[in-house]
Design a protein around this ligand. Sequence first.
Ligand code: NAD
Ligand code: TYD
Length: 339
Amino acid sequence: MKWLVTGGAGFIGSNFVFYLMDQYPEDQIVCVDSLTYAGNLETLESVMEDPRFSFAKVDIADRKAIYALFEQEKPDVVVNFAAETHVDRSVMDPGVFLRTNVLGTGVLMDASRQYGVKRYHQVSTDEVYGDLPLDRPDLFFTEETPIHTSSPYSASKASADLLVQAYHRTFGLPVSISRCSNNYGPYQFPEKLIPLMIANALNDKPLPVYGTGENVRDWLYVTDHCAAIDLIVRKGKEGSVYNIGGHNERTNLEVVKTILHTLDKPESLIHFVTDRPGHDRRYAIDPAKIHRELGWLPTTAFDEGMKKTIRWYLDNRAWWEHIISGDYQNYYSKMYGNR
Ligand code: NAD
Ligand code: TYD
């Protein structure tokens, strides 16, 4: 089978590439990534020379380049991870989110139609459902929860999901969509909560917690997400949406304290800063459908996953220090300077 994986130089996409290469030695993988600030070829170093793997630096919204690539590669399956993904950046500059997340998805689906792709899988997010109140722990997002977005990021992802469903209904494109909760693990860009807090703690810098730190996220170890997507692509019902999550809800403050305790750093490093505009309160996935239909269950418990992740950032300092010594400095002072 030949996979075309977009966004494979980013966090989850690269983990997915490693997952496929590990699980399916016979498969071919074409990784497509335009290498934005979030894409990093160093991440893919270990597979670059592997004959089963090839890399193409292409923007998914560049129709001509995408068609030429599909013409050359004729993939069986497309899995679209490529996206602008950071909520805070979408507040500062929404435009690029529309271009990549919406228009780019449209281009990939047009090419998938043209070249007879057997499955187009859209990697979406639980953020399309908006948020849940903090005082209703009985409520969860199901696949039937109405789309109700809060940020330009989530609105762009929801728009893409609607387009994917329209291509299925109108053109019969064989699609599937997955909506996962927050991921963590190796190779996550240090602008996101967990790697940012690990990096700051290791550098004895303040840990900027938005608002009161009571917002809740539902955390899933990245390899569990990869396994779920693989299962959906192979066995999931065409045209279907699957929620992915492992019932691992934590407040941001709990996550930050776990990091500090594991690294033996003082809680005095925690700094409460101005809240994110439109900050979603709680995400919580009901994963009953994917469990019932496909037998998927997460395998990495939160405590174990956090230990592995912190260990990885300790063992791979060069990877993230390289990032935070570059353009990231400008981003950091713009985002956190006046908070
Ligand atoms: P990431 O920001 O780490 O990586 C995104 C990758 O896409 C980067 O390599 C970047 O270079 C590439 N990219 C961006 N614009 C592109 C374009 N126009 N053309 C080609 N490549 C482009 O993101 P991530 O956290 O790995 O997320 C991957 C996908 O999973 C996204 O679609 C995101 O919405 C979804 N998702 C993420 C999470 C999470 O917790 N991180 C949870 C649920 C869903
Ligand atoms: P993030 O990793 O950006 O993911 P998302 O907003 O897509 O869920 O943020 C996770 C949570 O952590 C979110 O509630 C915002 C909060 N947060 C902070 O408190 N401080 C920070 O510096 C960052 C980046 C996030």
